[in-house]
Ligand binder design. Sequence first.
Ligand code: NAD
Length: 479
Amino acid sequence: MEPSLNPSDLNDVVGVYHWSDVNDASTALAAARQAQHGWGSANLPTRSELLHNVGDRILGVADNLAQLLSREQGKLLSDALAEVKRSAQIFHYFAGEVLRNNGQFVRGLRDGFMISVEREPVGTVLLITPWNFPMVVPAWKIAAALAFGNSVILKPSEYTPGIAVALTEIIADAGFPAGVVNLLIGDGQLFGQHLVENVDAVSFTGSTTVGRIILGQASKNMTKVQLELGGKNPLVVLDDADLDHAVDVALQGSILQMGQRCTASSRLIVTRGVHDAFADRLTRRVADLRIGHALDPDTQLGPVATDRQLARNLEFVTESKAAGAELLHGGGVVDVRTKGYYMQPAVFAGTRSDMRLNVEEVFGPVVGIIQVGDIDEAISVANETDYALSSGICTRSLNAAERFRKSSTAGMVMVNAPTAGIDYHVPFGGKPPSGFGGRENGSAAQEFYTESKVTYTYNPQESSADAYQLNSATKNDNI
Ligand code: NAD
């Protein structure tokens, strides 16, 4: 049994949880396999109503869930409530997808042929999720998987088991058949490989390092894999930007939510004409943020989610200073009323593209400004990264925005908006190595959670020529 502590107040034990082992994983696998067939052939209104019911139930206890999420993960109560409501919207959205996506029926190229393209469930799907969005990431994977008739095994982050328990209890209470949704808590290294090698598909969200491990394991049995991984997202600010708005965008994207978003703006690339004014205004805005307990309504910046992440953030601060970057603000731990993982966000200027701060994902409120001469240099620096998740530009010029959109190597581009902040009805994700195996959400979800089955039916009575005559004129179509 392992305790889960509140990062805002380490004296607050949020819950104590049984950590699963390989035997539990085998039990979950057997249950999921057994339940999948029935669920995959359940009628569509049943599937849709159950998913809708989950959304309704989440909204019914949204305040309680938000409290739990905030206590367990450390995000502000308002952010937690937004995440809970978004999770409900996603269940409602996929309740509709159940009824919308029922394949195609098309005429064949050859006379007398009709072709149906059905979407069949992949089967049993393993969903592995991180701690930064511990409700909405499981929600968008589970809702999509269930909508298309799969059974699931959820393995949430070991740092946020409580919200996963709450979500899966809601799903169970909504009336899903036993075994359709299974939950394993704990250290994924202990039983991950066993599952990856024995399920039909894995949807993983987490670090690129672990993503590569999963991909390697999946190759053994050619398990279908979808990976949503890290980012090192650039935000470009050009001389002609609305500066106050650009500072808002940078603050939102890089510092708020403690920079703990895969889509966080972690490289601020600013042209020379506005560089000093931008750095000054951003620093003042960051310095004004009220840091404190995540449940306190006056707090604007809560704690870091984990001790490990706090140590990593501080390491980046120390190393960046040593590498010659100019610390404009913050970077140290802070004492507040309760004992927790508090730190002042750090803003660095005078950083170079090749500094570790600008190369590796920090996943915390530690951000570097890179000064550039013009849009050409800005685009080139923005693309100077191993990651390809999200990118952004602040400018008043439609031309500049278009140039940036076309040349950005990222999977998502934001114009005059933070690199973080996404909608659920459109595809979400990055290109390798920030993403692999297809996008999530919106219409893209169907690609991953289903396999297509194409059936050709030939009706000789409908055909004027015999397509199978050896010397038929249609022979060349018989490829
Ligand atoms: P992580 O990779 O350490 O862990 C993610 C999950 O994988 C956890 O549930 C963990 O227990 C599990 N895990 C770890 N090792 C495993 C193994 N060998 N086998 C099976 N499971 C294993 O990531 P994290 O620290 O929880 O989350 C932060 C990372 O997630 C960041 O890199 C962030 O960018 C990324 N992230 C990406 C997206 C996206 O959609 N692209 C969204 C949110 C977070």
